[in-house]
Design a protein around this ligand. Sequence first.
Ligand SMILES: C[S@@+](CC[C@H](N)C(=O)[O-])C[C@H]1O[C@@H](n2cnc3c(N)ncnc32)[C@H](O)[C@@H]1O
Length: 443
Amino acid sequence: MLQKLWEILHESKLEVEEILKTAKEGEVLQAHLVHGSIEDFNSCNLLYHGDNISAMVDLLNRGYKGKLDLIYIDPPFYTMNNYIKRVEVELNGERKVIEYKAYSDIWNSFEEYLKMLSIRLILMKELMSSRGSIYVHVDFRTVHYLKVIMDEIFGVDNFINEIIWSYKSGGTSNRYFSRKHDSILFYSKTKDYIFNPVKEKSYNRQYKAYRFKGVEEFQDELGWYTMVNSKDVWQIDMVGRSSKERVGYETQKPEKLLEKIILASSNENSIVGDFFSGSGTTLSVAHRLGRQWIGSDMSNSSLLTIKKRMSYANYLEFNFENHENFGDLILEIKNRVNNNTNTLKLDIKGYKVHVESLNFTKKNRLLVEEVLYKDSLVLVDYIAIIRLKDNFLIYEDFITKDKTRIDTDFEIHFNDENLGLIAIDIFGNKIFKELKLLVNINK
Ligand SMILES: C[S@@+](CC[C@H](N)C(=O)[O-])C[C@H]1O[C@@H](n2cnc3c(N)ncnc32)[C@H](O)[C@@H]1O
């Protein structure tokens, strides 16, 4: 196997050289920047939709080499499973759960998987700053092979920790010890890496007070403890079924885990990257902790989940190049002109989605067809009106935990006749309509 690993590494290095040689600035890449302004290094919250190789090459082309202080990735684990996104809709007062594919973790061979990651790890190293660190979150299936691969890419001397994330979850075995931990490999780029020790509780023996001179002790419902620098085994709960954090994306990681990593290995304003963003846990925590962030994912449902989760002002700047509509909104539009102010009254009557274009099982497809027939608008997750010349956001509305449907009847005022309507359905399909085509605006 060792021989195979060297071959994988050798081929990956050659492939990266080739990728970097051929990808010139301005070339159309397969990842689209869907949020953020890339030129602004000082406030660069960026989100890419597409394969992360393209996202990283684009960043390197645009001057992000050596700019990221922290990269955390939680790639597919080589489980040979497909993962789903669950969405709930309220149909005539009844909650229904629709499931569809979020991403695939099925590979032709282990070599294919390892090469996929090796190529990306080499690119990540290029993006890391001289004070940077990388955390690679995997499990028992791949960690030992990745340790060898990462030793080679980042240097064995830059290996800092194998962090064990230990959790409780359902399921045990009579044939082996129940597997209840993941491994996170932590490497730095150089010896001068950022590290802010994070404290944790350490309970005294028998939970009693020691009362040592000069040692500060605390007490909670379990008993007496001191605060010590964190160890490399972390007991953190998974995102449970009833957890407030839960966004319905399988393999979503807990915010507490990311909080610990981001606090330890970045400073305020550091750029934090996660190129397998999933539901956007890293991006969301980084944002909350005052870090800049860069994310990418190739799954439609991931992107929608991230956008919903990152519900901060003006976060949306869509890129509509190569856009394909998989659904349509049925609209009634009324346009009034009054003292130079255009008023647009929109009444959204219904939603159509091309069910064939989505990856449903038969049961879920029938359920979607039922919803489309009975109350199609519960499938619309997000709606926005933008000014096309500069993508300025004029109106937006989206479903949140407390709001189960978008407003279908609203009025906006505008001064420019070129407007666009964007809708995103709960599956992640984007619909774009140029309103100019539908309404005759008299200015
Ligand atoms: C395990 S999930 C990440 C979960 C995430 N840490 C969270 O807390 O939600 C892995 C993600 O990697 C994405 N992915 C897999 N291969 C990719 C690639 N080549 N480029 C971009 N994203 C990829 C998948 O779509 C999936 O969303």
